[in-house]
Write a protein that binds this ligand. Sequence first.
Ligand SMILES: C[S@@+](CC[C@H](N)C(=O)[O-])C[C@H]1O[C@@H](n2cnc3c(N)ncnc32)[C@H](O)[C@@H]1O
Length: 336
Amino acid sequence: MSNWTLLRHSRCCLSRFKTQRFQKNAPLGSSFSTSDEAQPDNEIPVQAAPPPVQVQLTESSGRGVFATRRISAGELLHTAKPLVSYPSLSTIQSVCYFCLKKVKNSAVDRSPSVAFCSEKCEEQAKSFLGVEGKADWVDFNDYCRSHGLKYPLLVKRFACMVLSGATSADLLDILQPAMLSPRMISEMEEGFDLLKSAFEVAKFPDEKMACILSMAEQWYTGILARIRISAFRIECAGGLYEDLLQAAAASVEAEGAVGNAVYMLPSFYNHDCDPNTHIIWIESADAKLMALRDVEEGEELRICYIDASMDRDARQTFLSQGFGFHCTCLRCMSGD
Ligand SMILES: C[S@@+](CC[C@H](N)C(=O)[O-])C[C@H]1O[C@@H](n2cnc3c(N)ncnc32)[C@H](O)[C@@H]1O
C-alpha cells in the first residue's frame, strides 16, 4: 500500500469548502440553487430566495436536513447540481457525458467516443476531458464493466477534475464515509492501480506528473467510502414514450440508470422508509428535492434510500449492509 498523498490544489473552492465544515445549525447553501434558469446576459442576476432547509445535527443520525418554515406537499425545496457525475457504461454513447441528459440525433457530438447535449455542457467538460482524453481507459473501464462497478468511474471523473485544477482533492471530505472492512479495501486495490497506471502511462507536464505520482491509495479508498454512502443512481422521469420503453427494457436487464452522481446538500438527507421528501430527476442529473406531504417548521426532511416497497426485513438488510445503520423509523418500528 502506498503512503503517497495526493497533492492538494489550493483553489478558492477548496477554502470555501474548508471554512464551511459543519457547524451546528449553520445552513449549508453553497452548492445548490433554488432555480435552474439561466439569466439573460444583459440582466442583473436576481438573488434567488434561500431554500427553506438547513443542515443540523439530529439526535441519533448524525447530520440531517430540517425545514426552516412550514412546507406544503408538492413544494420544490431546492434543486442541486452534481459535484461529480458519470454515465452508466451502457449509456455512455446515448447520454450527455456531462449532465447525463439523453442525447438526441441533432445534438452536438464532436467527440468520437462521448456525446454532449449542448455546447454549454461540452464547454463545462473541457477541463476534466483535457486530462481524461490523454490517458487510455480501456483496462480501467473493462475492470468496472467486468466487476459491475460504477463508483470507481465517479472516482476517475473526480481525479480528472482535480488534476485539471477544476476542483480540490478534498471537495468530498465533508461527506460521511462508509466504514470499510479490510476485505473491501483490498478489493479496491485493483481499481486504484488501474487508475494510477492509466495516468502514469499518459504524457502530462511535470507539474501534473508530480501530482499523479503522489496519488495515494488512501485518498482513493476515502473517496470511494464517501461515494458509497452518498452517490445517487440517476433515473430520469421525463422523456418520450420510446425513452420510457427503453428504460423499462434496460431496467429488466438491471441497467435502468443513466448514471450516478454525488451532490452536496442532498447527501445530508437522512433516510426514512416512509419519507416526507423525495429526490427526482426530470431529464438530466440536476436533482429536484420535493416535499411529499406537508412538513412543519423544524421537522426533519428525510428521503428513502431504497425501494420502499420491500418488506421490513429486506429494507433492514439493505440499509444495514449498504449504509451501516439499523433503521428505527416509525414504519420499521410498527413492523410494516
Ligand atoms: C447520506 S448520509 C446522511 C447524512 C449523515 N447523517 C451525515 O451526518 O452526513 C447517510 C448516513 O446517515 C446515517 N443515517 C441516515 N439515515 C439514518 C436513519 N434513519 N437512522 C440512522 N442513521 C441514519 C447513516 O449513518 C447513513 O450511512
